[in-house]
Design a protein around this ligand. Structure first.
Ligand code: ADP
Ligand code: MG
Length: 189
């Protein structure tokens, strides 16, 4: 399976989702984000950086593509051949939402298995926004709350199992992430 996480917008959680998926599925992570030394921070997954003029290996399965910025021809191709395309959306500024919804439109036009992750979700503040997304888009929506568990170099599911206190802290975000994972792998259907 190939899974792409795409957004024109930075800071929405593409890399966070990509890392957690790669760790849990034991997939390789290919990214066009070349300025962050991910491979030094994240242990346990193979990380490949794709330079602006570089080529993506489109033939390979079991890969997570973490793709940001302008959707050039290479990126469009990856999105279109992926089994799923995930677009993280964060209800921050109006501009941020607009750019995220643009990203969603790009993916919807070329991949019918496009999924929204409503990231950094806050039940109270984002309820109306979730309603808006449900009303206006046919995509499956997976809310993932703001949690420190996503700010470490660990797998959120392992983190939540580490001890009683961590289980208390991270049970909810881990459950939300597991729902996304189950949807992608077809488990629990
Ligand atoms: N659900 C979340 N809760 C808390 N922090 C998050 C969450 N998702 C992402 N972050 C943090 O937000 C920042 C941006 O996330 P990142 O995955 O790097 O975004 P992108 O790859 O889209 O630029 C990082 O510091 C990351 O740890
Ligand atoms: Mg990133």
């Amino acid at each position: 399976m190939k899974i792409t996480i795409f957004s024109l917008k930075g800071g929405v959680g593409k890399t966070m989702i990509a890392i957690n998926l790669a760790l849990n599925l034991n997939y390789e992570l290919d990214t066009n984000e070349v300025f962050i030394p991910l491979e030094e921070i994240i242990k346990g997954i193979e990380i490949k950086k794709i330079l602006p003029e570089g080529k993506f290996d489109t033939g390979k399965n079991q890969t997570i593509f973490d793709l940001g910025g302008y959707a050039d021809k290479r990126i469009e191709e990856i999105i279109s051949i992926s089994d799923f395309c995930i677009v993280p959306v964060v209800n921050e500024s109006e501009l941020s939402v607009k750019v995220s919804l643009n990203s969603l439109q790009i993916c919807n036009a070329i991949n019918k298995n496009t999924i929204i992750v409503l990231n950094k979700f806050n039940v109270r503040e984002d309820e109306q926004f979730l309603h808006f997304l449900k009303e206006n888009f046919k995509n499956e929506i997976f809310p993932i709350k703001f949690s420190k568990g996503f700010q470490s170099d660990s797998n959120i599911l392992e983190l939540a199992e580490k001890n009683k206190f961590f289980n208390y802290l991270y049970k909810e975000p881990a459950t939300q992430f597991k729902k996304l994972l189950n949807h992608l792998t077809g488990d629990g259907k």
